[in-house]
Write a protein of this length. Structure first.
Length: 368
């Protein structure tokens, strides 16, 4: 048992003391945690999930013949996780409405339930393309205030990230963890399956200001803007290049997993603007991914930016808006921001291919 250890409920009582609407906010976060437990159980069952008929067709794994508003083929677990979050949070009189990455429009609380003073925005299963290969996935959520007595309309959801009252994510890996902030630091909880409680195991997470690790999908390198090319090329040059030290590169293709690693040991995550699809200014969703993760990163001492603007200052104009995302250890992210400023004002240095390095047969002086 965990006598004397801090449970999620006890933590929320302590953290929210003196905050307007703290009782309802704490209760809502407990409901979110209940949904996380249900989603964790479903992801753990995988191919064994559901009825015998379900198991014979892959259990909870695999896709269904349906696309979400993003144009992405939905996984079975996308739909199950979305339903679990809605069912856990709709009934308690704590939310006025909800919005999900998997739904075209905001979800209206059924008339038989009382409306609350909060809006819950969430990505029910981030990185769900990884479920079939048993790689860590997660749930991301954001809580906003709704002060009007009327039912919320779309415009009520379009608040800047700085207006969030709470944000967090769950990661379903070797252990299930819940990482959250209510504006007083970023804190991590581990699910004890024996007693069914989230226990505070990682209080006051702090991202190191310096790092030698970055995460980016290099298959998109040909589409990157010059500032990103410049930064990645310098990192790849290692000790032989301008940075004078070696860097490690990571890529999991699950934002929650990437961010969790950064919160635990530092690093930089980049999903920058590119020209692969000019109609999309970025790949990640502002409301469901960038804003809540941005709040967690800032509360842990890191920086979250589009490259040109603080993520939490971006003014949303649509529910499923996409933005570039660069976040993590302060000094590295600030360097990338500087490279964007220098590119925009024309003072950046020309891009130099790594082929023309001091250890290369093709270094410039060898060609004279």
């Amino acid at each position: 048992m965990h006598l004397g250890r801090t449970t999620l409920s006890k933590f929320l009582i302590q953290q929210l003391k003196g905050i307007e609407g703290s009782t309802d906010l704490g209760a809502l976060l407990v409901d979110v945690a209940a949904a996380v437990k249900a989603i964790s159980a479903m992801t753990a069952k995988g191919a064994l999930g559901g009825s015998l008929e379900d198991v014979q067709s892959g259990g909870y794994l695999g896709a269904i013949d349906r696309q979400n508003v993003q144009g992405e083929t939905q996984k079975k677990l996308d739909v199950l996780a979305n339903d679990a979050m809605i069912r856990a949070c709709e009934w308690g009189g704590l939310v006025a409405g909800m919005a999900s990455e998997e739904l075209d429009e905001p979800y209206d609380v059924p008339a038989e339930f009382e409306r609350g003073q909060y809006l819950l925005v969430f990505d029910p299963l981030d990185g769900s393309s990884n479920t079939d290969v048993n790689v860590s996935v997660g749930t991301i959520f954001s809580v906003l205030r709704h002060r009007a007595p009327e039912a919320p309309v779309l415009a009520d959801y379009l608040q800047r990230g700085r207006e969030q009252v709470a944000a967090g994510y769950a990661i379903y890996g070797p252990a299930t963890m819940l990482v959250l902030t209510v504006g007083k630091g970023t804190h991590g909880f581990t699910l004890d399956r024996e007693v069914g409680n989230f226990i505070l195991t990682h209080p006051n997470l702090a991202i190191p200001q310096d790092t030698s690790e970055f995460a980016i999908n290099t298959s998109n390198a040909r589409f990157w803007e010059s500032p990103v090319h410049r930064y990645v090329t310098e990192c790849q040059a290692g000790k032989a290049g301008e940075r004078g030290r070696d860097f490690n590169m990571r890529w999991i293709a699950s934002m929650v997993a990437e961010v969790h690693r950064i919160l635990m040991r530092g690093g930089v995550f980049m999903y920058p603007r590119d020209t692969k699809d000019p109609a999309k200014p970025g790949r990640l969703r502002l409301m469901y991914e960038a804003n809540p993760i941005g709040m967690l990163i800032e509360q842990a001492g890191g920086v979250a930016t589009t490259g040109r603007e603080r993520i939490l200052e971006v003014v949303p104009d649509q529910l499923h808006q996409r933005v570039p995302v660069i976040l993590g250890s302060r000094h590295e992210v600030e360097r990338i921001e500087r490279y964007h400023r220098e590119f925009d004002d024309g003072t950046d240095r020309p891009f130099v291919s790594p082929l023309f390095n001091e250890r290369s047969l093709f270094r410039p002086e060898a060609l004279i």
